[in-house]
Design a protein around this ligand. Structure first.
Ligand code: GRF
Length: 195
């Protein structure tokens, strides 16, 4: 399965996917990293992993349609079949959805629908929640609103800081995301919709 990973930051989830592929627990190939922050650490990880990347400054385009059209060109040139948003801090627009809806997933650090949007970990601490977690879901045009595929809870301790909670949540992300991707790809095969 040829996938593209979209990321804006440190790329620890990109790394987890790449590691799972190398360990052969995930049958996929990251054919492209798409990054909207040219200085992000994820780009170093891609270079290290020998993964091609397309990086761009959204501000250099007049509209989302324009930069998504460029992204789409990059995806098509590599026959990308599936998109994984792993810390891509931007809503997906109509250009990419028209082509890939149902084949785009996102990972979010809360039990959706609780704490959608930015800083889900800060929101959970602010709300003094006893539990938060991780969600993998299909992407639609909303902010963290698409159909939920898998979730895992993470208990919040009284003494948790943003750092400690984020560490435990990310550990769960790195285990959950590759596993869910493999499950999805297996289901497609069983369904006979393989091309
Ligand atoms: C993850 O916690 C993900 O859930 C959120 O952004 C973070 C990205 O982390 N959407 P990384 O760049 O994969 O390290």
């Amino acid at each position: 399965k040829k996938i593209a990973v979209f990321a804006s930051g440190s790329g620890s989830n990109f790394q987890a996917i790449n590691d799972a592929i190398n360990e052969k627990s995930l049958g996929a190939e990251i054919s492209l990293l798409v990054c909207d922050k040219p200085g992000a650490y994820v780009i170093e990880r891609a270079e290290e992993a020998g993964v091609e990347y397309f990086t761009f400054f959204p501000k250099q385009y007049e509209t989302k349609v324009e930069f998504e059209t460029e992204i789409l060109k990059q995806l098509k040139a590599r026959d990308i079949e599936f998109i994984v948003l792993a810390g891509y801090m931007r809503l997906i627009g109509c250009t990419l959805l028209a082509e890939y809806e149902g084949r785009i997933v996102n990972i979010h650090p809360s039990l959706l629908p609780a704490f959608p949007g930015k800083d889900a970990i800060g929101q959970a601490l602010e709300a003094q929640a006893g539990v938060s977690g991780v969600t993998v879901h299909y992407v639609d045009s909303g902010m963290d609103t698409g159909p939920i595929i898998a979730q895992k809870a993470v208990m919040i301790k009284k003494e948790d800081t943003r750092e400690t909670l984020q560490q435990r949540i990310q550990k769960v992300e790195h285990e959950l995301l590759p596993r869910v991707l493999q499950d999805l790809f297996n289901q497609e095969k069983v369904g006979g919709v393989q091309s």
